[in-house]
Ligand binder design. Structure first.
Ligand code: F0G
Length: 457
């Protein structure tokens, strides 16, 4: 195992508070055993998400001072637009304040009731934004993508047969677009190969269906292509990104991930007519075309972040740090999804806590334990997040995977922090037989994991 040293030094520090176990027991109880309802300053190491939690560079902070806050035509918008075009190549660049607004704008413009949108695996906000229109969000990932132990190098790949089958079953007129999520967050942060992207693009375009990327972690995906796919070792990340996006017609982007910023996103596409429709909607819900819900300074930080994220020293460290945590867990026989993904390590909660049935949320049980014992916040990606009810019988339908995600914010925690996380999990693993399950006390209609309240069983 190679200890990854940070390719940056620390110029500003943010102290983190320590709490006692008794305090944490009380806090998590008050939060209904839902880590989304905890005050963040009661957390020692926050691995809830890699979204909006990046540390910006001195160069990005300097860019904030150059914010042009003109209502229309801010110079930061033009900078942002030119960087997005340079990397992604799409003609129209529509800023939004985060990724899900890009999804909302896109789906509310093109998705009709009864439509089907295939993807490798939909992230929860894309799924919810599609289902909101009484349409179906269909997952078509390869079978290996659902097998925690499969060492396939591109477990985010779309199964071309499943995709063709979906087009035959539902008809291309009911498929307004096909999506590919890079990297595939809900399947373990796994990459998609260039070869697969090309194949999906061929299928989509053969049927006249546009292909859009959910591009949040595109740079990490490009790094995996460079590392693992033949013919890319000598290409720059920019060249790989240019080729990758050339196979698509547009992208939704949360810049809170590979934009290295705390807020921001965009929707980009080649279709001018669609862009016009979306812009009208944007003005209704977000703001004018040249700021889309952001300040000029935010656009400047994104423009700079999108360039920094292509840096190979940065990406090498980023991918290695995540892998390093995964390998430390594997050494203690803790079951994780392999190979380790880009932005997070995913623990297989079904195997970590085999004595807790899926209806008692084993993933959530582990998340609660990790907070109580070590002040670490992780997130469940399993039956609490994705469980649904059969509309006719009211019976719960459980997802195939029951995961706990340790998402690693970019440039925030050191490798020593990763060791602390690994040791804490090791202690919990030894004691795992004492951990019990949970039941839902309250749940809302959509995206229940954010606000649900639970109780121990
Ligand atoms: N798509 C993917 C693949 C994502 O991971 C996310 C966000 C979004 C879309 C939505 O972007 O939050 O800017 O509106 N994922 C975060 C996470 C929340 O923790 O994985 P957003």
């Amino acid at each position: 195992m190679k200890f990854p040293a940070e390719p940056f030094r620390i110029k500003v520090v943010e102290p983190i508070k320590t709490t006692t176990r008794e305090e944490r027991e009380q806090l998590i109880k008050e939060a209904g055993y839902n880590i989304f309802l905890l005050p963040a300053d009661s957390i020692f190491i926050d691995l809830l998400t890699d979204s909006g939690t990046s540390a910006m560079s001195d160069n990005q902070w300097a860019g904030l001072m150059l914010g042009d806050e003109s209502y229309a035509g801010s110079k930061n918008y033009y900078h942002f637009e030119s960087v997005v075009r340079e990397i992604f190549g799409f003609k129209n660049v529509i800023p939004t304040h985060q990724g899900r607004v890009a999804e909302n704008l896109l789906f509310s413009t093109v998705v009709k009731e009864g439509d089907v949108v295939p993807n490798n695996i939909h992230f929860d906000t894309t799924r919810a934004n599609i289902e909101y229109h009484n349409a179906t969000a269909l997952n078509c990932v390869i079978d290996e993508g659902l097998e925690p132990d499969s060492l396939h190098p591109f477990k985010g790949n779309v199964d071309i047969n499943k995709l063709e089958q979906a087009i035959t079953t539902y008809g291309k007129e009911h498929i307004p677009l096909i999506m590919i999520t890079i990297t595939n967050n809900s399947g373990g942060g796994q990459p998609v190969s260039m070869e697969n992207i090309k194949a999906v693009s061929n299928v989509a375009h053969k049927h006249g269906i546009p292909l859009f990327f959910d591009a949040c972690r595109f740079a990490e995906n490009c790094y995996f292509i460079k590392e693992r796919e033949e013919g890319y070792a000598d290409k720059s990340i920019m060249e790989i990104a240019n080729e990758l996006f050339s196979y698509g017609d547009g992208a939704t982007m949360s810049a809170k991930k590979d934009g290295l910023v705390n807020i921001g996103g965009f929707l980009a596409m080649n279709d001018n007519v669609l862009a016009q429709k979306v812009t009208n909607m944007l003005i209704l819900i977000e703001g004018f075309r040249t700021y889309g819900g952001l300040a000029g300074r935010d656009l400047e930080a994104i423009a700079r972040g999108l360039k920094e994220v292509l840096n190979e020293d940065y990406l090498q460290f980023r991918i290695q740090q995540t892998r390093f945590l995964g390998e430390m867990l594997l050494e203690q026989d803790i079951p994780i999804i392999q190979p380790v993904g880009g932005h997070a390590v995913y623990i297989d909660a079904k195997r970590f806590l085999p004595h807790i049935p899926q209806r008692e949320f084993p993933g959530q049980a582990l998340v609660v334990e990790l907070y109580k014992r070590a002040g670490i916040r992780a997130v469940e990606i399993g039956s609490l997040m994705f469980g649904t009810k059969n509309p006719k019988t009211g019976k719960e339908i459980y997802p195939e995977l029951e995961l706990v995600r340790l998402a690693i914010p970019r440039r925030v925690y050191t490798s020593m922090h990763m060791q602390y996380v690994s040791e804490s999990l090791g202690e919990i693993f030894e004691d795992r037989n004492h951990i019990h399950g949970y039941a839902i006390e309250y749940e809302p209609e959509f995206l229940r994991h954010f606000t649900a309240r639970l109780k121990p069983v």
